[in-house]
Design a binder for this molecule. Structure first.
Ligand code: DAH
Length: 347
């Protein structure tokens, strides 16, 4: 049999065998047998140099043609086997040439945005930002703020108590019901002059509805120095209102009671919806209360060894969620914490 015939036979045989391969293992065996180093085809290719020139050309061309032909068939078969495997196993095919999916870009939560915006305003007025613990001692949350054990003001803040066994003594622990305990913590450590704001989470044991949730945010602020008066309190908060709510929004103060301030006030701003004429949002009063404030009670200063005859201070505490609610006309506080991206993406 001439080499040319041999090549022809080899081709028939290889193609016939290729048809019978069904998986990667069989295909690899086929590759070794017909295209490997010890294959007949390779033997022929290696022997080319020993052939007379004329035959060499002829045989060489045929052998190389077979080689590329078989390689082509091999790769086709390989793809077919792969495709079959993926289809049968349901395995996902990775197409590296597909364009990547773009990841959605996150954004700050609307409440975080408001905290940042408010903090910037107070920082520009010389306040520093401090944070404190959400799990707090009764002492800081109530006692030191002039709210003793049997004080009725405790009933206005339904408290979530924390069971603890480590302390042994009579030191009840709770989830802070307001950010005011940070007044005490800061004044214990730092001496006046002080200008501090404290944004953070607070907790109340309350049933959830459109305006109540058991966890919400407050921002506390206070200033202690010699000769601080009610005029500083009003000046600071009017300025805040102008910058945050706008030049034309009116703000007003009225008397209120908080055990840790004397005198105590509440500040309200003109309702944005009805411009003070009265509507459903403001309960037809035309005003919306946004914070409690007052002059720091002398008993509170005494607690932290600051002499109330020398120093005085003002303090205020504001609920945060109400602000974006008023600004954007959001009528249900629960939306902030429902993780509904359709809602959150609007801000
Ligand atoms: N802590 C009060 C509350 O949560 C708000 C408050 C009122 C804070 C008067 C103050 C203040 O600092 O002076 O209802």
């Amino acid at each position: 049999m001439s080499l040319i015939q041999k090549i022809e036979v080899l081709k028939e045989e290889a193609l016939e065998r290729l048809k019978q391969t069904n998986n990667a293992v069989e295909l690899n065996a086929w590759r070794i047998r017909y295209l490997g180093k010890k294959s007949q085809l390779n033997d022929i290719l290696r022997s080319l140099s020993t052939l007379p020139l004329n035959e060499r050309k002829q045989v060489g061309a045929a052998a190389n043609l077979l080689k590329t032909g078989l390689e082509e068939r091999l790769s086709k078969k390989e793809q077919a086997i792969n495709r079959k495997r993926i289809e049968s196993t349901g395995e996902e095919q990775l197409d590296v040439s597909l364009p990547g999916c773009s990841l959605p870009i996150g954004r700050l939560h609307p409440v975080t945005q408001v905290i940042d915006e408010m903090s910037k305003i107070f920082v520009s007025m010389g306040f520093q930002v401090v944070e404190g613990p959400e799990v707090e001692w009764d002492y800081y949350n109530f006692e030191a703020l002039n709210i003793p054990r049997e004080h009725p003001a405790r009933d206005t803040m339904a408290t979530l108590w924390v069971d603890y066994e480590t302390d042994g003594g009579d030191r009840p622990m709770l989830l802070r019901t307001h950010t005011s305990p940070m007044q005490i913590r800061v004044m214990e450590k730092m001496q006046p002059p002080l200008r501090v704001i404290v944004p953070g989470k607070v907790y109340r044991y309350e049933a959830t509805d459109a305006t109540h949730i058991p966890m919400f945010f407050q921002i506390e602020g206070f200033a202690v120095d010699k000769n601080i008066t009610m005029a500083h309190l009003k000046g600071t908060l009017y300025e805040f209102s102008r910058r945050f709510f706008g030049q034309d929004r009116r703000a007003r103060f009225r008397c209120d009671y908080f055990p840790f301030v004397e005198p105590g006030v509440e500040m309200a701003i003109e309702c944005a919806v009805c411009k003070g004429n009265g509507c459903r949002l403001c309960g037809s009063s035309g005003w919306i209360e946004i914070l409690g404030a007052g002059m720091v009670h002398p008993k509170v200063l005494e607690r932290v060894d600051i002499d109330p005859r020398v120093y005085s201070g003002f303090a205020f505490g504001m609920g945060i969620e109400r602000v974006p609610m008023l600004r954007y006309g959001i009528d249900d506080i629960r939306l902030f914490y429902s993780s509904d991206l359709r809602f959150l993406r609007q801000f």
